[in-house]
Design a binder for this molecule. Structure first.
Ligand code: C6P
Length: 594
């Protein structure tokens, strides 16, 4: 039995253990030493971006400190040094992914830009009306939208391979959907939202048997699996540096020269040309034809350092370590009553996604509560909206692992989540007996004015929040406000009343108070506790107030004074912004009409 009283999973094979010392690895990542909300940082958002070892940080700062210069342009010493380092990075990447030659390795801003490059320069010239691009249901938006854009332009369409309840594609479905109309297959190697490792080699074989090229989105594979593009025989392979311990803003497109040679440039500018005359420009050779403008030199150098680090640590040992984390997290989380795992494929890498069904708790709330305990996990749709729809959930909470995560961290995650769910269950049981449920016999109640003006209501709230020392207290206060929200009748939960731009489902019903000259009032609701709390704050300052005062109220200043701007992430603030926009535009319309 382990510390949680759960059955211990067998320790990994002794042969791998000695080569991988997770504590030593952790020492290489300075950021892991810090605290968040007074708790040791437990970073489980590695699929969004991984942390950087000091060798990467040093490589980048060394470039800026000692040989910062532009590449391919100067004859001076620094420029030569920078060019050498930049091109050495290309060699490093070529070796890392097993590319045949340097012409095949193109630097991009990331996986997204690499896919857009292929969509623009390859697919755009080949697709015709009626053609198809085959993707899977588990693609990231970056591997959907670029194809949609080009398909729309050409009258072609996306064809989608379905996935099973476990989150796997079936080869027979791929086979069935390949047709003479299919001009390209684009699929992810590893799903960012589920962790599924796709049988890309088999898919490539099936597509190639029909002469169809394949692009593989390797954004989530390169940090966790050994990738050999020649062995896969893919036509294009893309990945981002920042998910593989390198800097942001740098990524790679691998392409077979037989395609790259025929593709027109993606962007025009310096470096991608051979000669420029007003009558005609000729283009540089590969790979420079696709690298217009000054590249992200420091990024390329940092990425090479990251791949060196991964190689030195041992990718196979890292992969085995991460598999253990996934197995252990899968075991511990699935033992928590009310938690349901989303994505239970037989072959998975580094990701465990889950929802809390019983009692229902939005992923937004789970993520914010984990954050209060210093645990960084991603919540929401993970840029995979069709996939979320497939599983019938608005979003999940995702723990994604890297080489520096430990079994103790997995246990902390499980214990914290268990507490969050248990606490929620206890609160739900109390809430059932509260008088806030709708009473069909009574008229619908709207919140009246909390003070004589929005400003005065705001001042009172600011005073209350000023007494609270930290974000934890403020957070709990906001949640408590949300628990007292007046109920929103079902008839107002309509699409026009839906507020988009929030990470949760939000409905807003606004009206001019009947019989009043210009009093605005509103009801609203969300499936996330934190958003219900924010709605309560907004009701407190706006509802029951004259529209002209509501329209003029400085709401940004109010949230700044509450200290919420520092603790609500941009995603949440955008949601808050969307709600405020709705109130203000309703108030402005009322003023115009009065
Ligand atoms: N997924 C995540 O949290 P960029 O943004 O270009 O570096 O990577 C885009 C991308 C493409 N494909 C897959 C499979 C990905 O996972 C990502 C990025 C992050 O899951 C950010 S949304």
């Amino acid at each position: 039995m382990n510390a949680l009283g759960l059955q211990e999973i067998p320790k990994q094979a002794a042969a791998i253990r000695p080569s991988f010392d997770v504590q030593r690895v952790r020492d290489d990542f300075p950021i892991l030493r810090q605290q968040v909300h007074g708790k040791p940082l437990l970073y489980l958002d590695n699929a969004a971006t991984s942390q950087k070892p000091h060798t990467v940080i040093d490589a980048v700062s060394n470039y800026y400190e000692t040989y910062n210069a532009n590449v391919h342009r100067g004859v001076h010493r620094l420029s030569e040094m920078a060019t050498e380092a930049y091109e050495a990075a290309r060699v490093r990447i070529q070796k890392f992914i097993g590319a045949h030659c340097l012409r095949e390795v193109i630097f991009t801003r990331g996986a997204t830009e690499a896919i857009n490059l292929v969509a623009h320069s390859y697919a755009r010239n080949r697709l015709q009306a009626g053609d198809e691009v085959l993707v899977t249901w588990m693609e990231h938006h970056s591997n959907i939208v670029p194809w949609q854009l080009v398909c729309q332009e050409k009258g072609a369409r996306l064809q989608v391979v379905p996935i099973t309840d476990e989150g796997e594609i079936r080869l027979e479905d791929v086979e069935r959907q390949l047709s003479p109309r299919t001009k390209l297959v684009a699929l992810t190697h590893v799903s960012n939202a589920l962790g599924t490792i796709n049988p890309v080699k088999d898919v490539i074989g099936m597509a190639h048997a029909r002469g169809i090229p394949v692009l593989v989105d390797g954004a989530q594979a390169v940090p966790h699996l050994r990738v050999d593009v020649q062995e896969l025989d893919c036509d294009f392979y893309v990945f981002s540096g920042h998910k593989v311990y390198g800097p942001t803003g740098i990524g790679v497109l691998y392409g077979k020269p037989k395609h790259l040679e025929l593709m027109p440039p993606y962007q025009g500018g310096g470096d991608m040309i051979s000669s420029v005359r007003f009558e005609k420009t000729t283009y540089n050779e590969l790979p420079y034809k696709f690298e217009a403008g000054t590249p992200h030199i420091a990024g390329a150098i940092g990425l090479a350092a990251a791949l060196d680090y991964l190689d030195k640590t041992g990718l196979d040992a890292v992969a085995e370590h991460e598999r253990r984390m996934v197995r252990y997290a899968t075991q511990l989380l699935s033992e928590i009553r009310g938690v349901r795992l989303i994505g239970t494929a037989a072959h998975k890498a580094a990701v465990v996604s889950f929802v809390v069904d019983d009692p229902p708790l939005s992923s937004l709330d789970v993520g914010m509560r984990l954050d209060l305990e210093g645990i960084a996990a991603r919540t929401g749709h993970h840029c995979c909206m069709p996939l979320m729809e497939r599983f019938g959930v608005p979003g999940t909470t995702r723990a994604s692992f890297a080489m520096y995560n430990t079994e103790e961290e997995v246990e902390t995650l499980a214990r914290t989540l268990g507490n969050i769910v248990a606490e929620r269950r206890a609160r739900t049981q109390v809430a059932i007996s509260t008088p806030l449920a709708l009473d069909a016999k009574k008229p619908i109640a709207y919140p009246g004015p909390a003070a004589s003006s929005p400003q005065e209501a705001a001042d009172e709230l600011v005073e209350l929040f000023d007494y609270m020392e930290d974000w934890n207290d403020k957070y709990r206060q906001i949640i408590e406000f949300g628990e007292k929200l007046l109920p929103l009748p079902d008839e107002y939960r309509t699409e026009p009343n839906r507020v988009h731009g929030c990470q949760s489902t939000v409905y807003f019903h606004m009206r001019k108070k009947p019989g009043s000259r210009n009093t605005l009032e509103f009801l609203a609701d969300s499936d996330a506790d934190i958003v219900r709390g924010l709605i309560a704050l907004l009701q407190n300052v706006y509802s029951g107030q004259p529209a002209d005062q509501a329209a003029a109220f400085d709401v940004d200043g109010f949230f700044r004074r509450l200290g919420l701007d520092q603790n609500l992430s941009m995603g949440r603030r955008n949601g808050l912004g969307a709600m405020v926009k709705r109130i203000r535009s309703f108030a402005a319309d009322m003023v115009k009409q009065s």
